[in-house]
Every structure is written in structure tokens, then in C-alpha cells.
Design a protein around this ligand. Structure first.
Ligand SMILES: [Zn+2]
Length: 286
């Protein structure tokens, strides 16, 4: 079949670029792009030559799903995010400081300090797969929190939606919906949706939530939807808890995190190495 390019005029191409930009922004509200900026990307960008956009599939033919589809250049995503940090427009629910977003990298978890390298390996595997539920379980001092934060920083720098939070603060955020006089249900759904929709969600200290029925129910709801998204290969959830034995985990949670698809991929890790905090080098900032 002959390859026919339907973008016959510059005006047509401009319209399509503008539509792609709006679609992208609607799907990624954490990225604020300057509509009036002369270029969306570095003018010397080797990927897009400064236009800010790339064809999703340059080889797509008429009738292919990807034909005519345009994506934001990955470098443009990073630039937009860096600009957002510079303008102090980071959503506080992201859970990391701008310093952490810019400096946290996998290499910070060193071998030999604790079982932290096992945590890094499991999280990196899921990150490379693009989906799954990673469970980091075990005593403290195993770089669990660091692994969670690094995954979120790396994801944000890759232009993904991501957040790090203690389970308790997630529940606090959702609970705020009950203080609203009107549209209670709408607000609750909206707040839940923010956490559900992250590409990468890192939930720390899931063992330290309060035990009211309301809290348990919301936590179950959130983890269940994240579980379903993991199974559909859409999102990554990383949870950490100071459980030293599987028996401490509630049944509903255990049935989901011990799903064979996660266990077989090494995504459930018990960390029982020496306490890395006792061997932290001088000047270690995390
Ligand atoms: Zn570019």
C-alpha cells in the first residue's frame, strides 16, 4: 500500500500540532507548557529539532492507528518539568522536594550497606517493565524509603505522573473531601482519582495507617484499583512496610501483592540485611 501523507498544508499540520498539544496537556495536567513560548524544546534537540513534537510512528500508513499521531518530545517533557520546578509549581502531593527530584538516582543505593540493593533491583525491574506491584517488606534501615523516592524522581524526570507518600497522608488527603460542604462525593472521587491515576505511585509505611473502618476501606479501594491497573499493565505501585513476616499482612493485601505475576518477577522482597543507617557514609544526605 502506498504511503500517503495527509498533512497537505502547513496550516493543517499546525492545527494537528495544536490538537496534540492540548490532548497531551489534558492527559498530563502536571506538565504546564507555555503556549506562547517560541519553542517547546531545546532548538538543538536531536530528537525534534526544537519543534517539541515527534511522530509516534514515522512508518505508519493511512488506516494504521498511529497514523498522523504526534507525541511530545521526551526532551520537551523534561524541559517543561524543569521549568515547572523553577517556577515553584510542583504539586505538593508529589511528595518530593525539587532537590530530590533533580538529584535522586538509582546509583545512590549502594551494594553492601544493607539489603537495599534487593529493593533497588525489584523496583528497577518493575520500572523497566512499566507495570506491576512491588512490595518492599521487612525491618527498617533497608533503604526502602530511598528506593521509593528514587523511583518517583526517575519517573518524574521521564515525564511520567508519579507521587511518593506515606499511606497515612494519602488517607488524610482523601479525608479532606469530607470537610467540603457541597459535592462531597464528587470531591472524594476526584481526590481518589489523583492517586489512582499516577503512572508510578510509591506508598510508604502502609503498616502505619490508623485502623478505622473508613481508613481501611479507602486503603483497600486504592490498592485494589492500583492492583487492577498493574494487571492491565498500565501502572506501577510500590509499597513499603515494616512487616517482618507475611503473616503480619492483612489477607486482602496479601492476596494482591502475592499474585504470582508479581512474585515470579521478583517484585515481592523481604529485606532483612543489617541496618544500613548504622553504616551511612559521612555527608550522605538521604
Ligand atoms: Zn526535543
Amino acid at each position: 500500500m502506498a504511503h500517503i501523507d495527509l498533512a497537505t498544508s502547513a496550516a493543517d499540520l499546525r492545527t494537528r500540532l495544536e490538537r496534540a498539544r492540548k490532548d497531551h496537556q489534558a492527559e498530563n495536567p502536571h506538565l504546564i507548557l507555555q503556549t506562547n513560548s517560541p519553542t517547546l524544546c531545546n532548538p538543538q534537540c536531536p530528537i525534534c529539532n526544537g519543534t517539541g513534537y515527534v511522530r509516534r510512528n514515522p512508518n505508519a500508513c493511512v488506516g494504521d492507528a498511529d497514523f498522523g499521531k504526534i507525541d511530545l518530545c521526551p526532551n520537551a517533557r523534561r524541559l517543561a518539568f524543569t521549568n515547572k520546578i523553577a517556577r515553584g509549581e510542583i504539586d505538593p502531593r508529589i511528595g518530593l522536594t525539587s532537590f530530590e527530584i533533580q538529584s535522586l538516582r538509582w546509583e545512590l543505593i549502594q551494594d553492601g550497606l544493607s539489603d537495599g540493593h534487593k529493593a533497588r533491583q525489584a523496583v528497577q525491574t518493575a520500572y523497566q517493565n512499566g507495570h506491576g506491584i512491588v512490595s518492599l517488606l521487612g525491618k527498617s534501615g533497608q533503604a526502602k524509603t530511598l528506593a521509593l523516592k528514587i523511583a518517583v524522581a526517575v519517573a518524574l524526570n521521564d515525564g511520567k505522573c508519579a507521587a511518593y507518600a506515606n499511606m497515612l497522608s494519602v488517607l488524610d488527603d482523601i479525608r479532606l473531601a469530607f470537610d467540603e460542604r457541597e459535592n462531597k462525593q464528587t470531591e472524594l472521587v476526584r481526590r481518589m482519582q489523583w492517586w489512582i491515576s499516577r503512572d508510578v505511585l510509591a506508598l510508604d509505611e502502609i503498616d502505619k495507617t490508623n485502623s478505622t473502618d473508613w481508613a481501611k476501606e479507602r486503603m483497600f479501594q486504592l490498592i485494589d484499583v492500583r492492583y487492577q491497573r498493574a494487571i492491565r499493565r498500565e501502572a506501577i505501585t510500590i509499597i513499603a512496610a515494616n512487616y517482618e513476616s507475611p503473616d503480619e499482612i492483612s489477607a486482602y493485601l496479601r492476596s494482591r501483592i502475592e499474585d504470582n505475576r508479581f512474585v515470579e518477577n521478583g517484585l515481592v522482597v523481604y529485606l532483612n540485611g543489617p541496618d544500613g543507617r548504622k553504616a551511612v557514609p559521612i555527608g550522605w544526605r538521604y
